[in-house]
Structure formats: C-alpha cells, structure tokens
Write a protein that binds this ligand. Structure first.
Ligand code: GAR
Length: 218
C-alpha cells in the first residue's frame, strides 16, 4: 500500500549549537511523523549545529549576514534560499537575527520561534539574567508564531520551571534549555499533525489539545 499523506516540509534556521534543531530532527525520526526537514540553514559558517545536521545526512546551507550590506539584502537572500525548499513551516531554533517585516510577512502563519522566557516577559537577549534581576519565581520558554515585533506573537506553547534561590543565569539557562526541547518538539508535532494553526484573525486555533503548557519541578 502506498502512503499518500503529503510530508510536512520544514526548514530550520540556526545560528549556533542547534540543540533545539537536533531535538526536532530526532523527534520526527523516532516518532515516524509525516514530515521532512528539507534543510538546516545557518547564518554562521562555523555553527556547531550545521556539522551535526551534515552528519545526519540533512541538506545544509550557510548564508553569512556578513556578506551583505544591509539587513534587507541578507533577509532577501535568506528568503530565496528558504523558498527553494518550499517549506510548510520555517522553524527558528536559536536563530539570532532580527528579521525584516517583509520576511516575517512572507511567512505569515508559517514562521515559528522559540524564546527562552515566558513571553511577553523578557524579550531580547540575556533573558535568564533579566528573570533573576526581576525576581520572578517562575521562568521558562515560549514557542510562538513570529510577528514583525521582536519576540512577540501568538503563543503556541510554554514551558514553566521554578526559579531557585541558588540559581545563576547559567543554571537557569541549562534547566530552561532542557525544557525547550520538550516544548518545541511538542509544538512541531502539533503543527505537523495539523493540531495547531494561526487563523485569519491572528489567533492560535487548536484541535484535540487541552493543554499547551508544560510544568517542570526543580
Ligand atoms: C535557545 O535557548 C533558544 O531559546 C535561544 O537560543 C538558544 C539556542 O540554543 N533563542 C533565542 O534567544 C532567540 N531569541 P540551541 O542552538 O542549542 O537550540
């Protein structure tokens, strides 16, 4: 019997280690989901995650932002490279670039990011330092549809951890990262299975999903 289910086409963008990308690739393989990671694209030539993806037999591409005079030029080249793969979803997994509004609009409803904080708290960089400084007792990560506003957009899922008296930015970062792998793989599975989508009003619609928060103990 031939399986005619079309594969969900994914392109993953990274800038470094790529542990979220690795978790997503492994989850798709292990769970036999109807999806294909068509390419892993990095803006850093020496990104650790690119080597992992190559060893895994995935198609990789590097487009260095340093080779372009303006942000818009880089984003246009990136968009053209991504569109070669005709993705259903573009997953930002530690992709450390601010994207132009035209790029974000082009992928409206198809561009997903993970951010290491409980958005809307602590957008931007050094989120774990920001959380400690604010004295919050819960911290975590957020998977969201990307909008032109940085680290903002309709929330797909969140992971939540307690902040401990002994926490440092490093310890928080390590504990949050472990939960990112759980929450991002779950969110990508829902997208692949058609359980989550962005509607015409910009709201997240879900099917057969009661809970989209993941709580972790210390
Ligand atoms: C992750 O913590 C991710 O949430 C963060 O970069 C790290 C990448 O790790 N992303 C952002 O800060 C984006 N604003 P990874 O390369 O091992 O997946």
């Amino acid at each position: 019997m031939t399986d005619l289910t079309p594969l969900c086409r994914l392109v993953i963008l990274i800038s470094g280690r790529g542990s979220n990308m690795q978790a997503i690739v492994s989850m798709i393989e292990e769970q036999g989901l109807p999806a294909q990671v068509c390419a892993v694209i990095s803006n850093q030539i020496d990104a650790e995650g690119v080597n992992w993806a190559k060893e895994r037999g995935l198609t990789t591409a590097c487009i260095s932002h340093r080779d372009f005079a303006t942000r818009a030029d880089f984003d246009q080249a990136l968009l053209q490279e991504i569109d070669n793969y005709q993705p259903d979803y573009v997953l930002l997994a530690g992709f450390m670039r601010v994207l132009s509004p035209f790029f974000v609009e082009h992928y409206h409803g198809r561009l997903i990011n993970i951010h290491p904080s409980l958005l809307p708290s602590f957008p931007g960089l050094r989120t774990h330092e920001q959380a400690l400084q604010a004295g919050v007792q819960c911290h975590g990560s957020t998977v969201h549809f990307v909008t032109p506003v940085l680290d903002h957009g309709p929330i797909v899922a969140q992971s939540i951890i307690p902040v401990l008296a002994s926490d440092t930015p490093e310890s928080l970062s390590e504990r949050v990262l472990a939960t990112e792998h759980v929450v991002y793989t779950a969110a990508v599975r829902w997208l692949i299975q058609g359980q989550v989508h962005l509607d015409a009003q910009g709201k997240v619609q879900v099917k057969d999903l009661e809970q989209r928060s993941f709580y972790f103990h210390a």
